[in-house]
Design a protein around this ligand. Sequence first.
Ligand code: PLP
Length: 410
Amino acid sequence: MTTKPVFDVEAVRKDFPILNREVQGKPLVYLDNAATSQKPQSVIDKLVSYYSEINANVHRGVHTLSQEATDEYEGARSKVRKLINAKEEAEIIFTRGTTEGINLVAQTLGVQRVGEGDEVIISNMEHHSNVVPWQVLCDQIGAHLRVVPINDDGELLMDEYEKLLSPRTKLVSIVHLSNALGTINPVKDIVAIAHQHDVPVLLDGAQSAPHLPVDVQDLDCDFYAFSGHKLYGPTGIGILYGKRELLESMSVYQTGGEQIKSVTFEKTIYNDLPYKFEAGTPNIAGAIGLGAAVDYINTIGLDRAEAYESELLQYGTEQLQTIEGLKLIGTAQHKSGVLSFLLEGIHPHDIGTVLDTQGIAIRTGHHCTQPLMQRFQIPATARASLAFYNTKAEIDALVEGIHKTFEVFS
Ligand code: PLP
């Protein structure tokens, strides 16, 4: 008697055409999902059908194509709202990605709330996208960046976080799931503690949205930013969720068509949410493709994907730990699909180059987290990052590739 597998990864892999290709004569082993994930056929088909059947500009047209494009575009917004359980579509703003979402908040709410001598709290494990916009804001205003330290496992020091909060704190912006370490931060606690001080919190969800079920109302975060391309959707599209009352209180970011109600040379009245923050013709195909990615994820079930990925992570961690001369960077108790490592005596770039000859795609470098690398006093790591279409056999291929790397450099 055969038992049905809980998560049928072989069936899932068939949905991703790129996984059939070869690299350097070997089957592709794609372990660079934290940089960008692969796209299922349904997302690719959606982009093709949008451009071949309904391409038109949204919101402005009375003709059929424009209405169909608008329905699809707004339908995608609605799918994203459900995915993260926001209260209403007005709280879902289409952006270019996580980076733009964070910049938007920094240059609107940030400029309004943060004054000279005030403080913005981030952490030592932030992506540059969640460092530089705040640094720029602080420089503009004469405010200061405060950084929550981490321990050697790559976990936030929550006591230190609490100590950093003061009447000078005006904003907190923290990553939910670290791209370089895989640490899942206790963001619900982080939000609750900040709210005791009346401080709003932005969560960088670039890595969590594709890997964890997210409920923004349960987290009670004020903002949540993520990118479509890491969520099995197209590049150039992302989401900024914000609570309505905050979004309404915020000044505009970019200005122009679509985000206005009326314009005279004397005065402009801005549009309602979410259009107030969507100036210009949006990335219509990207948004519709993101909607298709959300549909796809719903067929998989993020909770099932999370359980499978965490099994894979455990297997990968155990396998890598058996390799002499390999050191894992990022050993938090609460982790998701990232295996960052160093090999004794070999530069991470060389690891990546040898693995590529084996058809294995990993990322090497600082992963846009230079302050984190400084914390660990290393220039870079080699990072294998997982998705639900990866397999134990691919982890075995990685392990074999690492042994091969040692051989090449011995
Ligand atoms: N934040 C984190 C944690 C990330 O991993 C990334 C991308 O790798 C970003 C922000 C920036 O995302 P994007 O380049 O899609 O704007």
